[in-house]
Design a protein around this ligand. Sequence first.
Ligand code: NAD
Ligand code: UFG
Length: 359
Amino acid sequence: MNILVTGGTGYIGSHTVVALLDSGHDVTILDNLNNSHLGALESISQLAGRRPLFYLSDLCNLDNLNLIFDHGHFDAVIHFAGLKAVGESVSEPLKYYENNLIGTLNLLHAIKSHNVKKLIFSSSATVYGAQPAEKFTEEMPTGINISNPYGWTKSMIEQILKDFAAAENTKSPDNPVEISLLRYFNPIGNHPSGLLGENPNGQPNNLMPIIMQVARGERSELTVFGDDYDTPDGTCVRDYIHVVDLADGHLKALEYLKPGVNTYNLGSGQGTSVLELIHTFEEVSGKTLPYKIGNRRPGDLAGFYANPEKAKRELHWQTKLTVKDAMRDTLKFLELSTNKTANNNSAQPVEPNPPERQK
Ligand code: NAD
Ligand code: UFG
C-alpha cells in the first residue's frame, strides 16, 4: 500500500515507518519537526534500505496538505502527529486543542476530498481517564475525569472520527471508511540497532526519557513520584510496551481494518512499577541509577494496564518483547546517541512552505 504517515519522524512514527517499509509498503512522511529531527529520516533509510518521501509541513496548513494528497494518491493514512506533553497541555491548552484538533480536522478534509478510506489513529489509554478500574477494556466508557487538555484532545478526536465514519458510511455504504483507534499504553524502548529512539525537543515528562537523562548524566537523579500507593511496592504501576511491538501493532491494524470505527488497546497486559523499571535498567546496564522518593504527582493513577485480548483476537497481535528487552535497546540507543551517530540534532530543516519533497 501507499501510506501517508503524519508525525513519521517522531518516536513511535519512525519505528512504524521502518516496519512498514520492511513489509514492502511505500511511505510518505509529513512532519513539522516540532518534536523530532531530520536525523530520524536518515536512520529510517539506513535501517529499511530505502528512503521514504518526506514533507516538512504542518497539518494545520490545509493548502499544503491538499497539495501533498494531490501528489500522493494514498491508500491509507496513519496519523501520529500531535503534541503530547501532558504538563504543557495544562499550561498551554489552546496550543494543544489547536494543533491536535485542527490538524486532525484538516486531515479529515483532505482524506474526504481525496477519497482515502483507511485511517489509523494514535489514541491513548489516557481516554479512559481516572476510573476505579485497573485493567481497561475497549468497551469501558471514556472521557471520565480526564485530567488534562492533551487527554481531552484524544477523547475528542476519537468522537470526531466516529461521527465522520458514521456520516461517510451512511452516504457511501459500498465504499466505506475504515478507521482503527489504537489506544497505546506506555511505550518504551527503541529499535535494537540503537539508531532510532525517543529524542524529544525540550524537557521530557515521561519516566523513560527521564531515566535516560539520568543515565547520560544530564540530570543528577530521578524523583520517584510517590511510594505510598496501594501497589506491591508503593510506586505506580503501568503497562510498558516495547515500541517495536507497538509498531508491529500498526501493521496488523492496517491488515485487519474493517468498515466503521474499531478500537484496540495496544498494551502487554502486564504491570511494572516505577521501582521495578528502575531496577531493571540497573540490572541490564550494571550501573546504579540515582533516585529519591518524592511527592505524588497530581493526577497520577496508582495502576492501570491494558486488557489486550481484543487486539489478540481480531488483529492477531500481542507483545513479544519485554521490559528487559526495552532496557537493553535503550542502552544501545544511549551509547550511539552519546557518540552522536544516532538521531542528528543538528540537522537543518528545509523551508516549510510550499511543501518540500526530499528524495
Ligand atoms: P512524538 O512527539 O515523538 O511524535 C509526534 C510527531 O508529530 C513529532 O515528530 C512532531 O514533530 C509531529 N507533529 C506534531 N504536531 C504536528 C503538526 N501539526 N503537523 C505536523 N507534524 C506534527 O510523539 P510519539 O511518542 O511518537 O507519539 C505519537 C502519537 O502517539 C501522538 O499522537 C501521541 O499523542 C500518541 N501517544 C503517545 C504515547 C507515548 O507515551 N509516547 C502514548 C499514547 C499516545
Ligand atoms: N514518574 C516518576 N518520576 C518521573 C516521571 C514519571 O516517578 O520523573 C512516574 C509517574 O508518576 C508514573 C510513571 O512514572 O507513575 C509513568 O509516568 P509517565 O509520565 O511516563 O506515564 P503516564 O502513565 O503518567 O502517562 C503516559 C502518557 C499519557 C498516556 C499514558 C498512557 O504521558 O499521555 O502514558 O498511554 F495517556
